[in-house]
Design a protein around this ligand. Structure first.
Ligand SMILES: C[S@@+](CC[C@H](N)C(=O)[O-])C[C@H]1O[C@@H](n2cnc3c(N)ncnc32)[C@H](O)[C@@H]1O
Length: 439
């Protein structure tokens, strides 16, 4: 079935939304105000899913995507949209989510522009073999692998390493893992880069150790080899989609890399969380610092602290900071980072916020930066008990943010500001920073 549709807006998830005879129709890779002929692919009970058949009236913000596999690859959503208009759309998406899910009406500004390409400091590629070996991303909504030797959002060095690795595997006849049969060995290529330090952590994931992989380091060009700070093998025998298993073998160098943010140094282990865009992370930290407005007598809790970026940036300006992090590697990185940055007033606790918060009493300001699922009811209950005058909520998911914000507002908090940071250019994702103050 083909229909004519006008796109009203872009929603979280990146789809354009239009309405046809009272039914909501979602179409990816569109722009607001566009008139389209749409092929209906699927009719669900309350909405339909479609794809563009023809663009009748394009948006003035539509551009020619620079990537030949855009729309097949699952990584980018907005390559067809002018970068500055992407920023407007992200504001509209968050504003819409807040209104729609939580009846919160708050004026937002566009996020600041940041480096729109070559920004990702971490990439996880799937290795697959059909006739030939492919190393790339899963094709959208499938388990097929699509290759892009020149991915635009990756630093070019990741593309170069990927291309060399594929050649190395082909020349040496390595066994590649097959998801369906669970046979074979090599599964993923993971790369992490310190944008400021220019050092790379290289991780090959396989079911079992294949010693021949060690020779890859000498297969790389001397310039690239010079930038590798650690070469690791990760053992992941489990059939699940999770990329990294728990055991690492250090083939060469260190099991971590370093990055610098606002002149502070951070150690990051292979499986520790780290924000993906260097410039956007510095913007996030600067703005968090301004909004927290640190004072000499402050006791700050940095919940979901990762490798400690907020704690370490704020440490020189306050009395004390307590960070809470559930992943052991990130916690150990945070302890290390505390020492190298001489932050003696910071203490990190290893554990889940759900378990740890009941031991903590008084904070003047609390930062929460949870994963996508947001705050659990226990954490909200503990926040309300501690009742800090200021909560800084950092979120990468507008939906759970809207849910949690609605709850916190019922406990006598007011929104002072909600701001956006473009951590993920070319995608529909956006980082949110909100300051809540006790009434
Ligand atoms: C979005 S990251 C933020 C990390 C850090 N604030 C940063 O910006 O680099 C969330 C972190 O929370 C940790 N985490 C997840 N669930 C947790 C929990 N229930 N309690 C404490 N930490 C948790 C994750 O391991 C991860 O390091």
């Amino acid at each position: 079935m083909v229909i004519e549709l006008k796109i009203q807006k872009i929603i979280f998830g990146g789809f354009g939304l239009g309405e046809y005879e009272g039914v909501k129709v979602f179409v990816p890779y569109t722009c607001p105000e566009e008139k389209l002929l749409v092929n209906i692919k699927e009719k669900k009970k309350h909405y339909w899913l479609g794809e563009i058949k023809e663009i009748l009236e394009p948006s003035p913000f539509r551009i020619k995507p620079k990537c030949p596999i855009f729309t097949q690859c699952g990584s980018c959503d907005f390559l067809h949209i002018d970068y500055f208009y992407q920023l407007v759309l992200k504001k509209l998406i968050v504003s819409d989510t807040l209104q729609h899910l939580s009846k919160i009406f708050f004026p937002l500004k566009n996020p600041l522009p940041v480096l729109p390409f070559n920004y990702r400091n971490k990439v996880q590629m799937v290795i697959k073999k059909n006739e030939k070996i492919s190393i790339g991303y899963y094709k959208k909504n499938t388990h097929e692998v699509i290759e892009n030797p020149n991915c635009l959002i990756n630093p070019t060095i990741f593309n170069e390493i990927r291309n060399s690795f594929r050649q190395f595997l082909e020349e040496n006849n390595f066994e590649i893992y097959d998801e369906r049969t669970q046979e074979g060995n090599l599964r993923f290529l993971v790369m992490r880069l310190g944008m400021k330090t220019d050092k790379i952590l290289l991780i090959i994931v396989g079911k079992e150790y294949d010693k021949r992989i060690e020779r890859f380091i000498d297969f790389l060009s001397p310039e690239i080899k010079n930038k590798i700070t650690g070469f690791l093998y990760n053992l992941n025998p489990l059939p699940k989609n999770r990329i990294l298993g728990s055991d690492f073998i250090v083939i060469w160098g260190n099991p971590f890399y370093f990055e610098e943010l606002l002149n502070k140094k951070f150690r990051i282990s292979a499986n520790s969380f780290f924000q993906i865009h260097h410039q956007a992370t510095e913007n996030l930290l600067k703005r968090a610092w301004e909004l927290i407005a640190p004072e000499k007598n402050d006791t700050i809790f940095d919940l979901y602290s990762g490798v400690g970026i907020f704690s370490i940036i704020l440490s020189p300006y306050v009395k004390e900071i307590v960070g809470v992090e559930s992943e052991k590697n990130a916690y150990e990185d945070a302890l290390f980072n505390k020492i190298i940055n001489n932050c003696l007033n910071v203490n990190f606790i290893l554990g889940k916020c759900e378990d740890v918060l009941s031991q903590l009493t008084k904070a003047t300001k609390i930062i929460v930066d949870p994963p996508r699922k947001g705050l659990s009811p226990i954490v909200i209950k503990e926040l309300v008990r501690i009742s800090p005058p200021v909560i800084l909520y950092v979120s990468c998911n507008p939906a759970t943010f809207a849910r949690d914000l609605k709850t916190l507002l019922t406990f006598n908090y007011d929104i002072e500001t909600i701001e956006l940071i473009d951590m993920f250019p070319q995608t529909y994702h956006v980082e949110i920073l909100a300051k809540l103050v006790k009434k």
